[in-house]
Design a protein. Structure first.
Length: 561
Protein backbone atom coordinates (compact mmCIF):
# COMPACT_ATOMS: atom_id res chain seq x y z
CA UNK A 1 0.00 0.00 0.00
CA UNK A 2 1.34 3.46 -0.96
CA UNK A 3 2.43 5.68 1.92
CA UNK A 4 0.58 8.60 0.32
CA UNK A 5 -2.16 8.31 -2.28
CA UNK A 6 -1.83 9.54 -5.85
CA UNK A 7 -4.82 11.82 -5.30
CA UNK A 8 -3.13 13.44 -2.28
CA UNK A 9 0.07 13.95 -4.30
CA UNK A 10 -2.11 15.51 -7.02
CA UNK A 11 -3.64 17.88 -4.43
CA UNK A 12 -0.23 18.85 -2.98
CA UNK A 13 1.19 19.73 -6.42
CA UNK A 14 -2.04 21.50 -7.39
CA UNK A 15 -1.80 23.83 -4.37
CA UNK A 16 1.66 25.13 -5.33
CA UNK A 17 0.78 25.45 -9.03
CA UNK A 18 3.91 23.82 -10.44
CA UNK A 19 1.95 22.03 -13.17
CA UNK A 20 -0.97 23.27 -15.26
CA UNK A 21 -4.19 21.88 -13.66
CA UNK A 22 -5.40 20.32 -16.92
CA UNK A 23 -2.06 18.62 -17.54
CA UNK A 24 -1.96 17.40 -13.92
CA UNK A 25 -5.47 15.90 -14.16
CA UNK A 26 -4.64 14.19 -17.47
CA UNK A 27 -1.37 12.85 -16.06
CA UNK A 28 -3.12 11.31 -13.05
CA UNK A 29 -5.64 9.58 -15.32
CA UNK A 30 -2.92 8.30 -17.69
CA UNK A 31 -0.76 7.01 -14.83
CA UNK A 32 -3.76 5.15 -13.38
CA UNK A 33 -4.75 3.74 -16.79
CA UNK A 34 -1.20 2.49 -17.35
CA UNK A 35 -0.95 1.30 -13.74
CA UNK A 36 2.21 3.36 -13.27
CA UNK A 37 3.52 5.15 -10.18
CA UNK A 38 2.14 8.70 -10.42
CA UNK A 39 5.28 10.45 -9.13
CA UNK A 40 7.55 8.49 -11.47
CA UNK A 41 5.21 9.23 -14.38
CA UNK A 42 5.38 12.99 -13.72
CA UNK A 43 9.17 12.92 -13.48
CA UNK A 44 9.60 10.88 -16.68
CA UNK A 45 7.28 13.23 -18.55
CA UNK A 46 9.55 16.11 -17.45
CA UNK A 47 6.57 17.82 -15.80
CA UNK A 48 8.30 18.15 -12.44
CA UNK A 49 11.76 17.55 -11.03
CA UNK A 50 12.30 14.65 -8.65
CA UNK A 51 13.74 17.06 -6.08
CA UNK A 52 10.66 19.32 -6.25
CA UNK A 53 8.04 16.61 -5.83
CA UNK A 54 10.15 14.81 -3.21
CA UNK A 55 10.45 17.96 -1.12
CA UNK A 56 6.70 18.60 -1.37
CA UNK A 57 5.82 15.06 -0.26
CA UNK A 58 8.36 15.03 2.60
CA UNK A 59 7.02 18.37 3.86
CA UNK A 60 3.52 16.92 3.81
CA UNK A 61 4.70 13.85 5.73
CA UNK A 62 6.79 15.97 8.14
CA UNK A 63 9.94 13.90 7.54
CA UNK A 64 13.43 14.71 6.30
CA UNK A 65 14.03 14.73 2.52
CA UNK A 66 17.17 13.66 0.61
CA UNK A 67 18.01 14.39 -3.02
CA UNK A 68 19.94 11.20 -3.80
CA UNK A 69 21.23 12.61 -7.09
CA UNK A 70 23.43 15.01 -5.11
CA UNK A 71 24.73 12.44 -2.62
CA UNK A 72 28.22 10.95 -3.02
CA UNK A 73 27.37 7.48 -1.77
CA UNK A 74 30.30 5.29 -0.78
CA UNK A 75 30.07 1.72 -2.02
CA UNK A 76 30.92 0.22 1.38
CA UNK A 77 28.04 2.20 2.96
CA UNK A 78 25.60 1.21 0.20
CA UNK A 79 26.44 -2.47 0.60
CA UNK A 80 25.50 -2.53 4.30
CA UNK A 81 22.05 -3.32 2.88
CA UNK A 82 21.99 -6.20 0.36
CA UNK A 83 20.68 -5.17 -3.07
CA UNK A 84 17.84 -7.70 -3.02
CA UNK A 85 16.54 -6.23 0.27
CA UNK A 86 17.05 -2.64 -0.93
CA UNK A 87 15.01 -3.29 -4.10
CA UNK A 88 12.22 -5.09 -2.27
CA UNK A 89 11.90 -2.46 0.48
CA UNK A 90 12.60 0.55 -1.81
CA UNK A 91 15.32 1.94 0.41
CA UNK A 92 19.00 2.91 0.16
CA UNK A 93 21.66 3.62 2.79
CA UNK A 94 23.35 6.83 1.65
CA UNK A 95 25.47 7.99 4.62
CA UNK A 96 26.88 6.89 7.99
CA UNK A 97 28.05 9.70 10.28
CA UNK A 98 28.01 10.78 13.92
CA UNK A 99 24.20 11.07 13.89
CA UNK A 100 23.79 7.47 12.77
CA UNK A 101 22.89 5.50 9.65
CA UNK A 102 21.00 7.70 7.18
CA UNK A 103 18.57 5.78 5.00
CA UNK A 104 16.51 7.00 2.03
CA UNK A 105 13.13 5.29 2.09
CA UNK A 106 10.01 5.46 -0.04
CA UNK A 107 8.17 4.65 3.21
CA UNK A 108 10.05 6.33 6.10
CA UNK A 109 7.38 5.01 8.52
CA UNK A 110 8.35 1.34 8.06
CA UNK A 111 9.42 0.98 11.70
CA UNK A 112 9.91 -2.80 11.49
CA UNK A 113 12.52 -2.34 8.75
CA UNK A 114 14.17 0.50 10.67
CA UNK A 115 14.46 -1.66 13.84
CA UNK A 116 15.84 -4.59 11.86
CA UNK A 117 18.49 -2.38 10.27
CA UNK A 118 19.44 -0.84 13.63
CA UNK A 119 19.91 -4.32 15.05
CA UNK A 120 22.06 -5.38 12.09
CA UNK A 121 24.46 -2.39 12.09
CA UNK A 122 24.34 -1.60 15.81
CA UNK A 123 23.62 2.09 15.33
CA UNK A 124 20.70 4.49 15.17
CA UNK A 125 18.84 4.62 11.82
CA UNK A 126 17.61 8.03 10.62
CA UNK A 127 14.93 7.69 7.91
CA UNK A 128 14.66 10.17 5.04
CA UNK A 129 12.01 10.34 2.32
CA UNK A 130 13.12 9.87 -1.31
CA UNK A 131 11.02 9.32 -4.42
CA UNK A 132 10.79 5.78 -5.78
CA UNK A 133 12.27 7.16 -9.01
CA UNK A 134 15.44 8.40 -7.24
CA UNK A 135 15.80 5.23 -5.19
CA UNK A 136 15.50 3.04 -8.29
CA UNK A 137 18.14 5.07 -10.12
CA UNK A 138 20.51 4.69 -7.16
CA UNK A 139 20.39 0.89 -7.48
CA UNK A 140 22.77 1.31 -10.43
CA UNK A 141 25.54 1.86 -7.85
CA UNK A 142 25.20 -1.78 -6.79
CA UNK A 143 25.99 -2.81 -10.36
CA UNK A 144 28.98 -0.46 -10.42
CA UNK A 145 30.29 -2.06 -7.21
CA UNK A 146 29.89 -5.56 -8.67
CA UNK A 147 31.64 -4.50 -11.87
CA UNK A 148 34.62 -3.13 -9.95
CA UNK A 149 34.83 -6.35 -7.95
CA UNK A 150 34.83 -8.38 -11.16
CA UNK A 151 37.54 -6.19 -12.69
CA UNK A 152 39.75 -6.59 -9.62
CA UNK A 153 39.09 -10.34 -9.43
CA UNK A 154 39.90 -10.89 -13.11
CA UNK A 155 43.17 -8.99 -12.76
CA UNK A 156 44.02 -11.08 -9.68
CA UNK A 157 43.20 -14.38 -11.41
CA UNK A 158 45.18 -13.31 -14.47
CA UNK A 159 48.30 -12.97 -12.30
CA UNK A 160 47.61 -16.32 -10.57
CA UNK A 161 47.01 -18.09 -13.89
CA UNK A 162 50.40 -17.28 -15.41
CA UNK A 163 52.34 -20.50 -15.77
CA UNK A 164 49.18 -22.60 -15.28
CA UNK A 165 47.36 -24.91 -17.68
CA UNK A 166 44.03 -24.14 -19.33
CA UNK A 167 42.29 -26.65 -17.06
CA UNK A 168 43.68 -25.23 -13.81
CA UNK A 169 41.35 -23.58 -11.30
CA UNK A 170 42.79 -20.07 -11.71
CA UNK A 171 42.23 -20.10 -15.51
CA UNK A 172 38.74 -21.57 -15.13
CA UNK A 173 37.85 -18.81 -12.66
CA UNK A 174 39.37 -16.17 -14.91
CA UNK A 175 37.17 -17.15 -17.89
CA UNK A 176 34.05 -17.58 -15.72
CA UNK A 177 34.59 -14.14 -14.19
CA UNK A 178 35.01 -12.66 -17.67
CA UNK A 179 31.59 -14.03 -18.64
CA UNK A 180 30.04 -12.70 -15.42
CA UNK A 181 31.67 -9.29 -15.82
CA UNK A 182 30.30 -8.98 -19.36
CA UNK A 183 26.86 -10.14 -18.25
CA UNK A 184 26.58 -7.61 -15.41
CA UNK A 185 27.58 -4.87 -17.87
CA UNK A 186 24.79 -6.00 -20.22
CA UNK A 187 27.40 -6.55 -22.93
CA UNK A 188 26.28 -8.20 -26.18
CA UNK A 189 29.85 -9.09 -27.26
CA UNK A 190 33.25 -9.74 -25.69
CA UNK A 191 36.35 -8.90 -27.76
CA UNK A 192 39.70 -10.40 -26.71
CA UNK A 193 42.32 -8.59 -28.79
CA UNK A 194 46.07 -9.33 -28.57
CA UNK A 195 48.53 -6.49 -29.15
CA UNK A 196 52.35 -6.51 -29.17
CA UNK A 197 52.51 -5.78 -25.41
CA UNK A 198 49.28 -7.03 -23.83
CA UNK A 199 45.71 -8.26 -24.32
CA UNK A 200 42.83 -5.79 -24.56
CA UNK A 201 39.37 -6.82 -23.40
CA UNK A 202 36.52 -4.82 -24.91
CA UNK A 203 32.75 -5.11 -24.38
CA UNK A 204 30.10 -4.01 -26.85
CA UNK A 205 27.41 -2.31 -24.75
CA UNK A 206 24.32 -0.81 -26.39
CA UNK A 207 26.00 -1.21 -29.77
CA UNK A 208 29.23 0.65 -28.88
CA UNK A 209 32.61 -0.92 -28.00
CA UNK A 210 34.25 0.04 -24.69
CA UNK A 211 37.74 -0.80 -23.37
CA UNK A 212 37.26 -2.51 -19.99
CA UNK A 213 40.42 -4.47 -19.12
CA UNK A 214 44.07 -4.91 -20.02
CA UNK A 215 45.66 -8.30 -19.23
CA UNK A 216 49.24 -9.60 -19.56
CA UNK A 217 50.13 -10.99 -23.00
CA UNK A 218 51.35 -14.21 -21.36
CA UNK A 219 47.76 -15.07 -20.37
CA UNK A 220 46.38 -15.02 -23.94
CA UNK A 221 47.15 -18.62 -24.87
CA UNK A 222 45.62 -19.93 -21.62
CA UNK A 223 42.38 -17.98 -22.14
CA UNK A 224 42.06 -19.00 -25.79
CA UNK A 225 42.77 -22.66 -25.02
CA UNK A 226 40.19 -22.64 -22.21
CA UNK A 227 37.59 -21.13 -24.57
CA UNK A 228 38.41 -23.73 -27.25
CA UNK A 229 37.86 -26.53 -24.72
CA UNK A 230 34.49 -25.06 -23.68
CA UNK A 231 33.43 -24.55 -27.32
CA UNK A 232 34.64 -28.06 -28.34
CA UNK A 233 37.15 -26.69 -30.85
CA UNK A 234 40.60 -27.99 -31.77
CA UNK A 235 43.12 -26.72 -29.24
CA UNK A 236 46.11 -27.56 -31.46
CA UNK A 237 44.84 -25.47 -34.39
CA UNK A 238 46.14 -21.89 -34.20
CA UNK A 239 46.54 -20.92 -37.87
CA UNK A 240 42.95 -21.10 -39.14
CA UNK A 241 39.63 -19.60 -38.07
CA UNK A 242 37.30 -21.62 -35.85
CA UNK A 243 33.69 -21.10 -34.77
CA UNK A 244 31.91 -22.76 -31.86
CA UNK A 245 29.33 -22.40 -29.14
CA UNK A 246 29.50 -22.39 -25.33
CA UNK A 247 26.44 -23.02 -23.16
CA UNK A 248 26.89 -21.87 -19.57
CA UNK A 249 25.04 -20.34 -16.62
CA UNK A 250 25.71 -16.83 -15.38
CA UNK A 251 23.93 -15.59 -12.24
CA UNK A 252 21.40 -18.41 -12.62
CA UNK A 253 20.52 -17.53 -16.24
CA UNK A 254 21.31 -19.83 -19.15
CA UNK A 255 23.60 -18.02 -21.59
CA UNK A 256 24.55 -19.24 -25.06
CA UNK A 257 27.88 -17.83 -26.22
CA UNK A 258 28.85 -17.88 -29.89
CA UNK A 259 32.63 -18.04 -30.23
CA UNK A 260 34.69 -16.89 -33.22
CA UNK A 261 38.48 -17.28 -33.14
CA UNK A 262 40.72 -15.96 -35.92
CA UNK A 263 44.53 -15.74 -36.16
CA UNK A 264 45.94 -12.22 -36.48
CA UNK A 265 49.56 -11.01 -36.52
CA UNK A 266 49.75 -10.69 -32.69
CA UNK A 267 48.07 -14.01 -31.82
CA UNK A 268 44.53 -15.37 -31.83
CA UNK A 269 41.71 -12.86 -31.55
CA UNK A 270 38.42 -13.99 -29.97
CA UNK A 271 34.98 -12.42 -30.36
CA UNK A 272 32.08 -13.86 -28.36
CA UNK A 273 28.38 -13.01 -28.72
CA UNK A 274 26.36 -13.43 -25.49
CA UNK A 275 22.81 -14.64 -25.99
CA UNK A 276 20.92 -14.75 -22.70
CA UNK A 277 17.74 -16.82 -22.54
CA UNK A 278 15.86 -13.84 -21.10
CA UNK A 279 16.42 -11.97 -24.37
CA UNK A 280 13.93 -14.18 -26.20
CA UNK A 281 11.10 -13.02 -23.93
CA UNK A 282 10.90 -9.58 -25.56
CA UNK A 283 7.98 -8.70 -27.81
CA UNK A 284 7.93 -6.07 -30.56
CA UNK A 285 6.14 -3.57 -28.33
CA UNK A 286 9.01 -3.88 -25.81
CA UNK A 287 11.41 -3.29 -28.71
CA UNK A 288 9.67 -0.03 -29.62
CA UNK A 289 7.21 -0.84 -32.42
CA UNK A 290 4.23 1.52 -32.48
CA UNK A 291 0.63 0.29 -32.28
CA UNK A 292 -0.19 0.95 -35.97
CA UNK A 293 2.75 -1.13 -37.21
CA UNK A 294 2.12 -3.83 -34.60
CA UNK A 295 -1.46 -4.22 -35.84
CA UNK A 296 -0.23 -4.73 -39.43
CA UNK A 297 2.36 -7.30 -38.33
CA UNK A 298 -0.17 -9.19 -36.20
CA UNK A 299 -2.52 -9.47 -39.18
CA UNK A 300 0.30 -10.85 -41.34
CA UNK A 301 1.52 -13.53 -38.92
CA UNK A 302 -2.00 -14.80 -38.29
CA UNK A 303 -2.49 -15.53 -42.00
CA UNK A 304 -2.08 -19.23 -42.89
CA UNK A 305 0.36 -18.60 -45.74
CA UNK A 306 2.55 -15.95 -47.33
CA UNK A 307 5.88 -14.36 -46.43
CA UNK A 308 7.00 -11.83 -43.83
CA UNK A 309 10.49 -10.37 -44.22
CA UNK A 310 12.64 -8.48 -41.71
CA UNK A 311 15.41 -6.37 -43.23
CA UNK A 312 18.37 -4.42 -41.95
CA UNK A 313 22.17 -4.61 -41.63
CA UNK A 314 24.06 -7.02 -39.36
CA UNK A 315 23.39 -6.25 -35.69
CA UNK A 316 20.07 -4.46 -36.28
CA UNK A 317 18.06 -6.98 -34.22
CA UNK A 318 16.42 -8.88 -37.10
CA UNK A 319 16.70 -12.29 -35.43
CA UNK A 320 15.35 -10.90 -32.14
CA UNK A 321 12.30 -9.61 -34.01
CA UNK A 322 11.78 -12.98 -35.71
CA UNK A 323 11.92 -14.76 -32.34
CA UNK A 324 9.42 -12.25 -30.93
CA UNK A 325 7.04 -13.08 -33.80
CA UNK A 326 7.55 -16.83 -33.36
CA UNK A 327 6.61 -16.51 -29.67
CA UNK A 328 3.26 -14.98 -30.65
CA UNK A 329 2.31 -17.79 -33.05
CA UNK A 330 3.86 -20.70 -31.14
CA UNK A 331 0.86 -22.92 -30.37
CA UNK A 332 0.61 -26.68 -29.86
CA UNK A 333 -1.72 -27.05 -32.84
CA UNK A 334 0.88 -25.81 -35.36
CA UNK A 335 4.21 -27.29 -36.45
CA UNK A 336 6.91 -24.59 -36.51
CA UNK A 337 10.33 -25.39 -38.02
CA UNK A 338 13.39 -23.16 -38.36
CA UNK A 339 16.67 -23.27 -40.25
CA UNK A 340 19.22 -20.91 -38.70
CA UNK A 341 22.90 -19.98 -38.77
CA UNK A 342 23.45 -20.11 -35.89
CA UNK A 343 20.55 -21.16 -33.66
CA UNK A 344 20.67 -18.23 -31.23
CA UNK A 345 18.03 -19.31 -28.72
CA UNK A 346 16.46 -22.67 -27.94
CA UNK A 347 12.68 -22.26 -28.22
CA UNK A 348 10.30 -24.72 -26.53
CA UNK A 349 8.06 -26.57 -28.97
CA UNK A 350 10.01 -25.41 -32.05
CA UNK A 351 12.02 -27.70 -34.36
CA UNK A 352 15.29 -25.85 -34.96
CA UNK A 353 17.95 -26.85 -37.50
CA UNK A 354 21.51 -25.51 -37.41
CA UNK A 355 23.15 -24.78 -40.79
CA UNK A 356 26.32 -26.88 -41.19
CA UNK A 357 28.47 -26.30 -44.26
CA UNK A 358 30.68 -29.30 -43.42
CA UNK A 359 27.76 -31.68 -43.97
CA UNK A 360 26.32 -29.59 -46.84
CA UNK A 361 23.34 -28.60 -44.69
CA UNK A 362 22.80 -25.18 -46.26
CA UNK A 363 19.74 -22.93 -45.97
CA UNK A 364 18.46 -24.30 -49.29
CA UNK A 365 19.08 -27.96 -48.38
CA UNK A 366 17.58 -27.45 -44.92
CA UNK A 367 14.48 -25.81 -46.40
CA UNK A 368 13.95 -28.76 -48.73
CA UNK A 369 14.18 -31.10 -45.74
CA UNK A 370 11.77 -28.97 -43.71
CA UNK A 371 9.12 -29.20 -46.43
CA UNK A 372 9.04 -32.96 -45.82
CA UNK A 373 8.44 -32.36 -42.09
CA UNK A 374 4.80 -31.26 -42.56
CA UNK A 375 5.40 -27.68 -41.35
CA UNK A 376 2.74 -24.99 -40.93
CA UNK A 377 5.23 -22.19 -40.26
CA UNK A 378 8.87 -21.97 -41.32
CA UNK A 379 11.52 -19.51 -40.22
CA UNK A 380 14.55 -19.13 -42.50
CA UNK A 381 17.40 -17.33 -40.71
CA UNK A 382 18.46 -15.49 -43.86
CA UNK A 383 17.74 -15.53 -47.60
CA UNK A 384 21.27 -15.41 -49.01
CA UNK A 385 21.01 -16.83 -52.53
CA UNK A 386 18.68 -17.52 -55.45
CA UNK A 387 18.04 -21.15 -54.51
CA UNK A 388 16.98 -20.30 -50.93
CA UNK A 389 14.84 -17.41 -52.18
CA UNK A 390 13.12 -19.64 -54.75
CA UNK A 391 12.30 -22.40 -52.25
CA UNK A 392 11.08 -19.88 -49.62
CA UNK A 393 8.78 -18.08 -52.08
CA UNK A 394 7.36 -21.35 -53.44
CA UNK A 395 6.80 -22.58 -49.87
CA UNK A 396 4.82 -19.40 -49.13
CA UNK A 397 2.78 -20.04 -52.29
CA UNK A 398 1.88 -23.59 -51.28
CA UNK A 399 0.19 -23.02 -47.94
CA UNK A 400 3.05 -22.20 -45.53
CA UNK A 401 3.74 -19.07 -43.52
CA UNK A 402 7.42 -18.18 -44.07
CA UNK A 403 9.39 -15.75 -41.90
CA UNK A 404 12.86 -14.69 -42.98
CA UNK A 405 15.45 -11.88 -43.16
CA UNK A 406 17.19 -9.97 -45.94
CA UNK A 407 20.12 -7.55 -45.91
CA UNK A 408 18.64 -4.35 -47.37
CA UNK A 409 18.67 -0.73 -46.24
CA UNK A 410 14.92 -0.23 -46.06
CA UNK A 411 11.63 -2.06 -46.55
CA UNK A 412 10.97 -1.02 -50.14
CA UNK A 413 14.42 -2.17 -51.35
CA UNK A 414 13.63 -5.76 -50.29
CA UNK A 415 11.21 -6.21 -53.20
CA UNK A 416 13.68 -5.33 -56.03
CA UNK A 417 16.27 -7.42 -54.13
CA UNK A 418 14.08 -10.50 -54.60
CA UNK A 419 13.79 -9.61 -58.30
CA UNK A 420 17.60 -9.58 -58.46
CA UNK A 421 17.50 -13.13 -57.06
CA UNK A 422 15.57 -14.21 -60.21
CA UNK A 423 12.20 -14.49 -58.47
CA UNK A 424 9.33 -13.81 -60.86
CA UNK A 425 7.49 -10.54 -60.11
CA UNK A 426 4.07 -12.23 -59.91
CA UNK A 427 5.44 -14.68 -57.30
CA UNK A 428 6.78 -11.84 -55.15
CA UNK A 429 3.49 -9.94 -55.48
CA UNK A 430 1.50 -13.05 -54.54
CA UNK A 431 3.54 -14.16 -51.52
CA UNK A 432 5.11 -11.22 -49.67
CA UNK A 433 2.60 -9.79 -47.17
CA UNK A 434 4.69 -7.49 -44.96
CA UNK A 435 8.28 -6.21 -44.85
CA UNK A 436 9.75 -4.83 -41.61
CA UNK A 437 12.88 -2.69 -41.83
CA UNK A 438 14.64 -1.83 -38.58
CA UNK A 439 17.67 -0.40 -36.79
CA UNK A 440 18.69 -0.41 -33.13
CA UNK A 441 19.11 2.89 -31.30
CA UNK A 442 20.28 3.68 -27.79
CA UNK A 443 17.79 4.88 -25.16
CA UNK A 444 18.48 8.02 -23.12
CA UNK A 445 19.49 7.31 -19.52
CA UNK A 446 16.52 8.36 -17.38
CA UNK A 447 18.71 9.18 -14.40
CA UNK A 448 20.54 12.03 -16.16
CA UNK A 449 18.02 13.02 -18.86
CA UNK A 450 17.67 16.75 -19.58
CA UNK A 451 15.60 18.66 -22.14
CA UNK A 452 16.67 21.48 -24.47
CA UNK A 453 15.60 23.42 -27.56
CA UNK A 454 17.55 23.72 -30.82
CA UNK A 455 19.57 26.85 -31.61
CA UNK A 456 19.36 28.52 -35.05
CA UNK A 457 22.76 27.07 -35.95
CA UNK A 458 21.69 23.54 -34.94
CA UNK A 459 18.51 23.89 -37.00
CA UNK A 460 20.52 25.00 -40.06
CA UNK A 461 22.92 22.05 -39.67
CA UNK A 462 19.98 19.68 -39.28
CA UNK A 463 18.37 20.97 -42.48
CA UNK A 464 21.61 20.22 -44.36
CA UNK A 465 21.68 16.61 -43.12
CA UNK A 466 18.04 15.62 -43.56
CA UNK A 467 14.76 16.94 -45.02
CA UNK A 468 13.58 17.84 -41.54
CA UNK A 469 10.35 19.46 -42.81
CA UNK A 470 9.03 15.96 -43.62
CA UNK A 471 9.02 15.04 -39.94
CA UNK A 472 8.74 18.20 -37.88
CA UNK A 473 6.90 21.50 -38.34
CA UNK A 474 9.61 24.05 -39.24
CA UNK A 475 7.60 26.94 -37.77
CA UNK A 476 7.47 25.17 -34.40
CA UNK A 477 10.95 23.66 -34.54
CA UNK A 478 12.42 26.26 -32.16
CA UNK A 479 9.76 25.46 -29.56
CA UNK A 480 10.04 21.66 -29.73
CA UNK A 481 11.82 20.22 -26.70
CA UNK A 482 14.37 17.50 -27.36
CA UNK A 483 16.23 15.36 -24.83
CA UNK A 484 19.68 13.97 -24.06
CA UNK A 485 21.58 12.39 -21.20
CA UNK A 486 24.24 14.42 -19.35
CA UNK A 487 26.13 11.27 -18.32
CA UNK A 488 26.16 9.70 -14.86
CA UNK A 489 27.26 6.65 -12.87
CA UNK A 490 24.32 4.58 -14.05
CA UNK A 491 25.16 4.98 -17.77
CA UNK A 492 28.97 5.07 -17.40
CA UNK A 493 28.81 8.75 -18.46
CA UNK A 494 27.52 7.87 -21.95
CA UNK A 495 24.05 9.39 -21.51
CA UNK A 496 22.45 6.15 -22.73
CA UNK A 497 21.21 2.91 -21.17
CA UNK A 498 19.68 0.07 -23.18
CA UNK A 499 18.46 -0.06 -26.76
CA UNK A 500 15.22 -0.07 -28.70
CA UNK A 501 14.21 -0.34 -32.33
CA UNK A 502 13.09 2.11 -34.96
CA UNK A 503 10.92 0.49 -37.60
CA UNK A 504 9.16 0.92 -40.89
CA UNK A 505 6.49 -1.61 -41.78
CA UNK A 506 5.50 -1.94 -45.44
CA UNK A 507 2.21 -3.73 -46.02
CA UNK A 508 1.88 -5.12 -49.54
CA UNK A 509 -1.54 -4.09 -50.90
CA UNK A 510 -2.97 -4.13 -54.44
CA UNK A 511 -1.22 -0.87 -55.39
CA UNK A 512 2.17 -2.20 -54.25
CA UNK A 513 1.52 -5.51 -56.06
CA UNK A 514 0.86 -3.64 -59.31
CA UNK A 515 4.18 -1.80 -58.92
CA UNK A 516 6.06 -5.06 -58.25
CA UNK A 517 4.53 -6.69 -61.34
CA UNK A 518 5.52 -3.63 -63.38
CA UNK A 519 9.18 -3.93 -62.18
CA UNK A 520 8.96 -0.58 -60.37
CA UNK A 521 12.08 0.59 -58.54
CA UNK A 522 12.38 0.92 -54.75
CA UNK A 523 11.73 4.70 -54.77
CA UNK A 524 8.33 4.31 -56.42
CA UNK A 525 7.39 1.46 -54.07
CA UNK A 526 8.43 3.53 -51.05
CA UNK A 527 6.47 6.53 -52.32
CA UNK A 528 3.32 4.42 -52.67
CA UNK A 529 3.85 2.83 -49.25
CA UNK A 530 4.11 6.28 -47.65
CA UNK A 531 0.94 7.31 -49.47
CA UNK A 532 -0.67 4.26 -47.85
CA UNK A 533 0.40 5.55 -44.41
CA UNK A 534 3.77 3.85 -43.87
CA UNK A 535 5.90 5.54 -41.21
CA UNK A 536 9.56 5.50 -42.29
CA UNK A 537 12.38 4.55 -39.92
CA UNK A 538 13.61 8.15 -39.88
CA UNK A 539 10.14 9.42 -39.04
CA UNK A 540 9.75 6.78 -36.33
CA UNK A 541 13.13 7.87 -34.99
CA UNK A 542 12.16 11.56 -34.88
CA UNK A 543 8.95 10.65 -33.05
CA UNK A 544 11.01 8.77 -30.44
CA UNK A 545 13.45 11.70 -30.11
CA UNK A 546 10.63 14.21 -29.54
CA UNK A 547 9.01 11.91 -26.96
CA UNK A 548 12.27 11.73 -24.96
CA UNK A 549 13.21 8.11 -25.68
CA UNK A 550 16.39 8.82 -27.64
CA UNK A 551 18.46 11.69 -29.01
CA UNK A 552 18.44 13.39 -32.38
CA UNK A 553 22.16 12.61 -32.73
CA UNK A 554 21.51 8.90 -32.19
CA UNK A 555 18.80 8.81 -34.87
CA UNK A 556 21.07 10.51 -37.40
CA UNK A 557 24.02 8.27 -36.46
CA UNK A 558 22.04 5.10 -37.04
CA UNK A 559 19.98 6.06 -40.10
CA UNK A 560 22.83 7.72 -41.99
CA UNK A 561 25.37 4.87 -41.57
Amino acid sequence: MAIISDQKIHNIISKVGLIDPGVLDASLKTARDKKQDFVTFLIKQDLIKSKEVGQLISNSLHVRFVDLAKEQIKIEILKLLPEIVARKQKMVIFRHDAEGLKVAMNNPFDYNMIKMLEKKVGDKVIPYYATGHDIKNTFGLYRKAIQQEYANTIQKHAVEAQGSRAEDVSVVRLVDDLFSYAYTNHASDIHIEPTAENVKIRFRIDGVLHDVLTLPKSILELIVTRLKILAKLRTDETRSAQDGKIVTKVEGDKVDIRVSIVPITQGEKVVMRLLASKGQQLDLTDLGMNSRDMEIVNRAILRPFGMLLVTGPTGSGKTTSLYALIRIINKREVNICTIEDPVEYDLDGINQIQVNSKTNLTFAAGLKSLLRQDPDIMMVGEIRDEETAGIAVNSAMTGHLVLSTLHTNDAATALPRLLDMSIEPFLIASTVNVIIAQRLIRRICLKCIISYTLTDKEIDNLKKMVAIEKFLDLDKLKDIRLYKGKGCDKCNNTGYTGRMGIFEVLEVDDNIRDLITAHADADKIKEQAQANGMITMLEDGFNKAVSGQTTLEEILRVTRQ
